[in-house]
Design a protein around this ligand. Structure first.
Ligand SMILES: Cc1cc2nc3c(=O)[nH]c(=O)nc-3n(C[C@H](O)[C@H](O)[C@H](O)COP(=O)(O)OP(=O)(O)OC[C@H]3O[C@@H](n4cnc5c(N)ncnc54)[C@H](O)[C@@H]3O)c2cc1C
Length: 494
């Protein structure tokens, strides 16, 4: 190495996505000297932002649930600064027969409306959601809130209760099987099957345990920060800075040295060697193994199926569509065929389900007067060598045709600004393995056990958090991973 300088920090964190920021705050609160190394010029990782021609877009996550996992990280001053609104409607669903259903966030209104629209007894929908709640109560202490890989998780009161009740969590049925045995109405089945996409899975193979997701959305609601999702990263960054966390941007971690089964130093792209007591990797697990540890990935992680990815078009639209809500889904006709294509083929699905998200109705400053910022997304396979240039062209045409028919207006001439994010770019920008949005999928009933644990088995001072490790991808689970890591790091290290 041409340049050698040894600097000491107590906790070194690689990556400043939402889990890296949360870990930094938690570590700094313990009074530790914390430094975050980030390869990009800014913090937030997938929680990026585009500002152009008067339009503002969040580039990654659009759905924000369980804001308590953010606010519990903030002191009073930062809590007061972080404003967010609860959404009245969870999502507006447009079906291929041109009918439309608005899913209200108020559970009683949802049950009333759904019972009428889907011609299904209210008590059946209520019973389905009650079952989802039951599964959540059993699984949360084992699968979400603690390390799945530590004995003490199973020996706690909640852990033991969870184990005794595991037979109730429906891991031997698929999500779709469970829905078909609960309801006759195909549109209602499609609506609940869609929740598999919240962690990049396929409802026709993923276990029915994943029906916990709608329970969480109905119980805790969906939210939008006043200045968009990017505001979550902004407030966490500010909180971390106010606690003394040091950030080094435009710097990649490219290696490490070990002594007595401990990481002793990490090597950065700027030529520095940083010594640390504890290393928290908040980047994709594959990057940790390949780029930082220079080791092969453990087989179980290597063999786990990746989650789906996505193609996103950021469109500045020269008109306001009052029927476009914050979250909108334009469903495909053949949902199972769509998931088959996403997971098993290199081709684009024939009829993609289209998701449109706009923040303009709540945050009008996100678009010029009389215009809307549209985040338009379809789920795709993770990158396995597809011809993305061709697929982008094909997808753009299919999306425009589909929404133009539904909205009864030619959308293409209204596009005043366009940017595009593909699986290849997601991988390039944030390091996500094969551009997957959520690490590995939950398509296998054992998939929770195939994720990287939050600690290393043989390197004593190495911990893992973020969307590719336990308990999973998405903002709330990434924040939980930081909380689990915090519980695992012994205070005695200080
Ligand atoms: C298009 C899209 C839509 C999504 N929609 C939702 C949604 O609606 N709701 C939801 O909850 N979740 C959603 N997600 C998932 C969610 O964004 C992620 O699970 C979460 O943001 C991941 O955070 P993370 O902390 O794991 O790190 P990431 O955001 O992946 O960030 C990792 C950081 O590490 C840095 N890095 C990588 N390698 C190195 C290195 N060697 N050295 C230094 N730095 C490095 C990267 O530059 C990056 O900043 C979506 C994701 C995408 C892409």
């Amino acid at each position: 190495m041409s340049f050698f300088c040894l600097k000491v920090v107590e906790t070194l964190i690689v990556g400043s996505g939402v889990s890296g920021l949360a870990s930094a705050i938690r570590q700094a609160r313990k009074g530790r000297i914390v430094k975050v190394i980030e390869k990009s010029h800014t913090y937030g990782g997938k929680m990026g932002e585009i500002n152009s021609k008067g339009f503002r877009f969040d580039t990654g996550p659009s759905l924000f649930t369980m804001p308590n996992y953010v606010t519990e990280l903030l002191d009073e001053a930062h809590k007061n600064e972080f404003n967010y609104t609860q959404l009245e409607n969870l999502c507006t669903y447009f079906f291929p027969d041109q009918t439309k259903f608005v899913a209200k966030s108020n559970i009683n209104s949802f049950l009333e409306d759904a019972s009428i629209f889907f011609k299904t007894p209210k008590k059946d929908i209520e019973a389905f959601l009650k079952k989802s709640e039951n599964i959540y109560d059993i699984t949360a202490p084992i699968f979400l809130q603690n390390s799945l890989h530590k004995l003490k998780t199973y020996l706690s009161k909640d852990g033991l209760k969870g184990i005794l009740n595991l037979w109730q969590i429906e891991m031997f049925k698929t999500m779709n099987n469970k829905l078909e045995s609960s309801f006759d109405n195909e549109k209602l089945i499609q609506l609940f099957n869609r929740y598999a996409t919240y962690n990049g899975s396929n409802p026709y193979v993923a276990p029915a345990t994943l029906h916990v997701i709608p329970h969480l959305e109905f119980k805790y609601g969906a939210y939008l920060p006043k200045n968009g999702i990017r505001d979550i990263a902004n407030i966490l960054y500010k909180q971390a800075k106010s606690l003394g966390v040091q950030f080094q941007f435009n710097t990649q971690v490219i290696g490490s040295t070990l002594k007595n089964n401990n990481i002793q130093t990490v090597e950065t792209s700027s030529g520095a060697q940083l010594k640390c007591d504890v290393l928290i990797s908040a980047v994709d697990a594959k990057i940790t193994y390949q780029n930082i540890l220079k080791r092969n990935l453990p087989k179980k992680i290597l063999n786990a199926e990746n989650s789906s990815s996505a193609l996103i078009f950021y469109w500045g639209i020269g008109k306001i569509f009052p029927e476009i809500d914050i979250h909108n889904i334009f469903f495909s006709k053949e949902y199972q065929e769509e998931f088959d294509a996403i997971f098993n083929s290199k081709k684009l699905q024939k009829d993609p389900t289209v998701y449109i998200h706009t923040t303009q109705p709540i945050n009008p400053k996100d678009a010029p007067d009389g215009k809307q910022n549209w985040f338009v997304m379809i789920n795709t396979g993770y990158n396995r060598g597809q011809n993305w240039n061709e697929l982008i062209k094909e997808a753009r045409k299919k999306i425009l045709d589909k929404i133009s028919i539904s909205l009864k207006e030619d959308i293409e001439p209204l596009i005043e600004f366009e940017d595009i994010l593909s699986p290849i770019l997601i991988e390039k920008i944030t390091g996500s393995n094969k551009g997957s949005l959520y690490g590995s999928s939950s398509n296998d009933r054992m998939s929770a056990f195939f994720r990287q644990a939050n600690f290393s088995n043989d390197i004593k001072n190495l911990y893992f958090c973020g969307g590719s490790v336990h308990p999973g991808g998405g903002i709330p689970l990434c924040l939980l991973s930081a909380s689990i890591v915090d519980k695992l790091i012994p205070n005695a290290n200080r």
